[in-house]
Design a binder for this molecule. Structure first.
Ligand code: NI
Ligand code: MN
Length: 221
């Protein structure tokens, strides 16, 4: 399985059979490693509807026919010409071909009226368990996620201002008992600039393995 960081909070996970695209903000993203016209995917998972997450989701769904996984209020923002949706809500699990996708809470705002932001815990079949928190503050139930799931990779924002910052992300990684932390949602704009090397070193002292990636870089999960 391959994780590829595409810039800001956009990434793909390729199982070898299916490609999952998360929070595809590419057009207007100076960090984007691929253009919205060129990205390939079978699923689009959205944490919430802020423009730096929803981004090009509608255009990509129209072009690819990918299944959109999101809460109903976010799905309501898509073109009426589309129908390949998996609407879900907090606490629910979607049993997909590639594994189980659980939608979990995030502490943020949604960007779609009446909606709530979310994160995803994905247990890949014969693969790792991956938690993507979406935009969120630190919250105590991350400890519960750490108890309930054997989290191999926690994909967490570290930018501060709009989300938790580096120190809270270290606490999050500890709460989650994550084997590895992949940071994102930083350095896209000055207001969320962070020194990722300093974050990595501080996290290491707390026993956490941080894997910083530049836009366009991939790792095997
Ligand atoms: Ni947001
Ligand atoms: Mn954001």
């Amino acid at each position: 399985m391959k994780y590829t960081f595409l810039g800001h909070a956009c990434f793909t996970i390729d199982t070898g059979k299916e490609k999952l695209l998360f929070d595809p903000f590419l057009t207007g993203n100076s960090q984007a490693a691929v253009s919205a016209e060129d990205v390939r995917c079978d699923y689009i998972l959205l944490s919430h509807a802020h423009s730096d997450h929803f981004g090009d989701a509608n255009e990509i769904a129209l072009r690819t026919g990918a299944m959109v996984v999101a809460i109903p209020e976010v799905i309501g923002l898509f073109s009426k010409a589309l129908s390949n949706f998996q609407p879900m809500n907090l606490g629910g699990t979607y049993h997909a071909g590639f594994g189980d996708v659980k939608m979990v809470q995030a502490f943020h705002s949604c960007g779609a009226a009446g909606g709530t932001p979310c994160g995803f815990i994905i247990r890949f079949k014969d693969g790792p368990t991956v938690y993507y928190s979406g935009d969120t503050a630190l919250f105590g139930d991350m400890k519960l996620f750490g108890e309930l799931y054997d989290i191999d990779y926690a994909i967490l924002p570290i930018g501060d201002n709009y989300t938790m910052g580096p120190d809270d992300a270290i606490l999050a990684g500890k709460f989650l008992k994550a084997k590895h932390v992949i940071p994102l949602h930083y350095n896209t704009w000055p207001v969320i600039s962070q020194n990722v090397k300093a974050f990595q070193e501080k996290a290491k002292k707390e026993g956490l393995d941080v894997i910083p990636l530049r836009p366009g870089e991939s790792i095997d999960l």
